[in-house]
Ligand binder design. Structure first.
Ligand SMILES: NC(=O)c1ccc[n+]([C@@H]2O[C@H](COP(=O)([O-])OP(=O)(O)OC[C@H]3O[C@@H](n4cnc5c(N)ncnc54)[C@H](O)[C@@H]3O)[C@@H](O)[C@H]2O)c1
Length: 95
């Protein structure tokens, strides 16, 4: 299955990597150019025990991709997961 994950932070990167590990083609999208550049170069951007092993394997097996281009990232995706920051309300507390 082709899956897109929009937002590649703690939730998005773990989710995307695990979906790739279970055999899906995954594209992770983020607006942070530096983060996506690192990920494209095989550099993991968060610490999560064991994630590096899955990350490396799925990059090598070409199931895990990264982009800053939303249109390209979600093209042909059967499922799109949003792992974006929760917008704060006026006083800053979560909705
Ligand atoms: N981390 C947790 O343990 C946890 C637990 C429960 C719920 N959540 C919720 O999950 C969501 C994601 O949390 P997180 O910890 O992964 O946050 P995070 O800040 O690590 O990741 C969010 C990512 O979204 C990216 N982003 C922001 N705007 C974007 C846009 N318009 N297009 C594409 N990418 C964009 C940011 O650059 C960042 O990389 C939040 O709503 C949070 O409240 C997180």
């Amino acid at each position: 299955m082709k899956i897109a994950v929009v937002g590649t932070g703690y939730v998005g990167l773990v989710t995307g990597t695990c979906f790739a590990e279970t055999g899906n083609q995954v594209t992770c999208v983020d607006i942070d150019v530096n983060k996506i550049e690192k990920l494209k170069n095989g550099v993991i951007t968060i610490y999560e025990p064991g994630l590096d092993v899955l990350f490396d394997r799925n990059i090598k097996e070409d199931r895990l991709h990264f982009t800053t281009n939303l249109a390209e990232g979600i093209k042909d995706a059967e499922v799109i997961f949003l792992a974006l920051p929760t917008p704060p309300v006026k006083m800053g507390q979560p909705i």
